[in-house]
Design a protein around this ligand. Structure first.
Ligand SMILES: [Zn+2]
Length: 165
């Protein structure tokens, strides 16, 4: 148990993001999804475009994610070169209303309580993700009780979520 809900309880904790006809609920989205910016510059991992607005997550886990970013920044001695070596500048997704890969269930990203970084070096299914070699990043998320996907039976090393499994 952590401060976060079990995956089966996210509707109770974060609210219901589902709108009509398989679309996201835009009212829920506007009331719950906020922006969090790390102290370093982010780019998208797929096209290296700047992400100036920050990452989009649920307001209930936004302060926690901000703490995680500050912890990582301190561990990197506020050196952007270290951040970039770790791949924490490569934003691969936050709030995104979609199904889980290979499933008919909604992804945790649909509630805005999941975030992905550096998808190229931490690909879905890769049992040896790069983040496994970066304890500073793993520890920062673990200290806020976020769950990492890198150790799952279907590894998802790019992924952290503020929900228990
Ligand atoms: Zn993810």
């Amino acid at each position: 148990m952590s401060r976060w809900p079990h995956q089966s309880e996210v509707d109770n904790f974060y609210g219901n993001p589902r709108g009509n006809n398989g679309e996201p609920d835009s009212v829920w989205e506007s009331q719950n999804i906020v922006y969090v910016s790390p102290p370093w510059k982010l780019v998208t991992s797929w096209s290296f475009e700047p992400v100036n607005s920050g990452v989009r997550v649920h307001k209930k886990c936004a302060d926690s994610l901000n703490n995680i970013f500050l912890s990582i920044w301190a561990s990197a001695n506020k050196d952007v070169r270290v951040i970039n070596e770790w791949g924490m500048h490569l934003y691969s997704g936050g709030y995104n209303f979609r199904l889980m890969r290979g499933s008919t269930s909604l992804s945790m990203h649909s509630w805005g309580c999941a975030i992905d970084f550096d998808s190229a070096r931490n690909a879905f299914g890769d049992p040896n993700p790069n983040f496994a070699r970066i304890p500073q990043v793993l520890d920062a998320f673990a200290s806020e009780e976020w769950t990492w996907g890198g150790g799952w039976s279907k590894p998802d090393g790019m992924h952290w979520q503020a929900a228990d499994i």
